[in-house]
Design a protein. Structure first.
Length: 491
């Protein structure tokens, strides 16, 4: 017997994208129903690298301490030929934190653990996941969306977000195509394995056998336990990858000095071919695509999960402003306009790194994978009113750097679902809208001089030498209702 229910947003798919979006909406007071067709969260380590920019996102969402406690820096790569060690090197460039960039290195953490932390945060905020529930039908009109679920329920919502992966049911139902290519036609195996404690493979290095018979193989120690992630390439494009425990043990025995019996347990295993593809559009009416539903990456470079998290982070505040603060629905048009070019650029990075790695070229990952330099200067939401800026000046559309602010830090000020108005070397306006936090710095070189409106996702939305034009911008994003300056203390 079917029943009906109402909510603000239906989110399809409880991977990192769906969980981040559900958290962001929950802290904004937006009702969201998160459905997942599986009976539990994804159990594997697949997306195991959290880039510096994503760590800033997770800081804002209140989960970074737990993420960092469960993760570790990336270990050095250690090359092998048979049973002989050949030398170690860093796959990731090592960086030290700075005032502007407090999280400077990629964090290694299994995707399953990232999801556990996000789920715990969602529950803490009063949300949950409806497991074992698939989307079976979808209708939309000018008034909203109707989602039919495998439970027999029909859910009415203002919007629906597809975060249901590369084989997205929602994307296919909408008839949205994916344009891309096969980055590497050769199949690959990825698995989480538990090794015997007395094996020659230590947990201090990421072990790789690039010349192994049949295809290269690597074992990466995963933090928070005794598991390794196994990745194996197959030279034969027609190979059928067997993911059974027996086959995984046989592969390890054939390609490394380890005996099959030293693989004590195969916890999870999957096969894939590296693809790079992007949806032809990220929106259809009241339905949005995010994460792998919108773009599929090679795992090389650790870009897929991170780009997906930031899709949700970009969309969440905009949905919140429209649904709770009276922003015009046109604000949502900026989601595709901002995220589609970013996804295209990042797909290029992933593909280039994958092919260089496959051809044995130098593959050390540097600043380009950290996503700190990505921004939205060309967006309609980037309004820069100052003249005569230097080429390297901070502008509207750029990531807002961290730095000291009173007894705390700018990221402490930015943390939360609000906008922030920062005055550097100029006075604050006499009044401020109710959604703003405000602060004034006498000087801070990374910002230069001016007024900077920081969006809820940590980017400069508007910048000016004076407040002329600020009110119009705030109105366009649903943050323009004035309130006396005395109600908001400068920090």
């Amino acid at each position: 017997m079917s029943t009906d229910k109402n909510t603000d947003v239906v989110i399809v798919g409880a991977g990192p994208t769906g969980l981040v979006l559900a958290i962001d909406l929950a802290r904004r007071g937006v009702r969201a129903l998160l459905v997942e067709k599986a009976d539990r969260l994804f159990p594997g380590s697949r997306g195991k690298g959290i880039q510096p920019r994503s760590q800033e996102v997770l800081d804002d969402l209140g989960v970074l301490p737990a993420i960092r406690a469960a993760g570790s820096p990336y270990p050095q790569m250690l090359g092998w030929e048979g049973a002989e060690r050949q030398g170690a090197w860093d796959m990731m460039e090592r960086s030290e934190p700075t005032e502007q960039v407090p999280y400077a290195e990629v964090l290694l953490i299994p995707q399953s653990r990232t999801q556990d932390v996000l789920y715990e945060r969602l529950v803490e905020l009063g949300g949950d996941v409806l497991f074992g529930t698939a989307l079976t039908g979808l209708r939309q009109s000018e008034e909203g969306v109707e989602a039919e679920l495998s439970t027999g329920e029909t859910v009415r919502a203002s919007y629906l977000v597809a975060s249901d992966g590369g084989r997205s049911t929602v994307r296919k139902a909408l008839g949205i195509g994916m344009t891309g290519e096969t980055v590497d036609p050769r199949p690959m195996l990825v698995a989480d394995v538990r090794l015997s404690p007395d094996t020659i493979v230590d947990r201090d290095n990421w072990h790789i056998w690039p010349k192994a018979p049949g295809g290269g193989v690597a074992l990466c120690p995963l933090p928070g336990g005794d598991l390794f992630q196994l990745i194996a390439a197959f030279e034969d494009e027609a190979a059928v990858v067997d993911t059974t425990p027996e086959a995984v043990r046989a592969l390890v025995a054939a390609r490394t000095p380890l005996a099959g019996a030293e693989v004590v347990e195969v916890v999870w295993a999957s096969d894939f071919r590296a693809r790079a593809a992007m949806a032809d559009r990220f929106r259809d009416g009241r339905v949005f695509l995010a994460g792998d539903a919108a773009h599929v990456h090679s795992p090389a470079g650790g870009q897929g999960l991170n780009t997906s998290i930031q899709d949700a982070y970009n969309l969440g505040w905009k949905l919140g402003q429209v649904l709770r603060h009276g922003a015009p629905a046109a604000l949502l048009e900026s989601y595709e306009a901002e995220r589609q070019p970013i996804a295209a650029d990042v797909l290029g990075i992933s593909t280039r790194i994958h092919r260089a790695s496959s051809e044995g070229e130098g593959t050390q990952r540097g600043a380009e994978v950290q996503q700190l330099g990505l921004g939205y200067r060309d967006s309609t939401l980037a309004v820069e009113t100052r003249d005569g800026l230097a080429d390297d000046a901070l502008r509207a559309g750029d990531r807002a750097p961290d730095g000291p602010c009173g007894e705390g830090r700018l990221f402490d000020l930015f943390r939360g679902p609000h906008f922030t108005l920062l005055a550097v070397g100029v006075p604050l306006p006499a009044s401020a809208p109710e959604q703003l936090r405000t602060a004034r710095l006498t000087a801070y070189e990374p910002y230069g001089t001016g007024l900077f409106l920081i969006r809820p996702d940590g980017y400069v939305g508007w910048a000016g030498a004076t407040a002329d034009g600020l009110h119009d911008y705030l109105t366009a994003v649903g943050a323009g209702r004035p309130e006396s300056a005395g109600a908001l203390a400068a920090r």
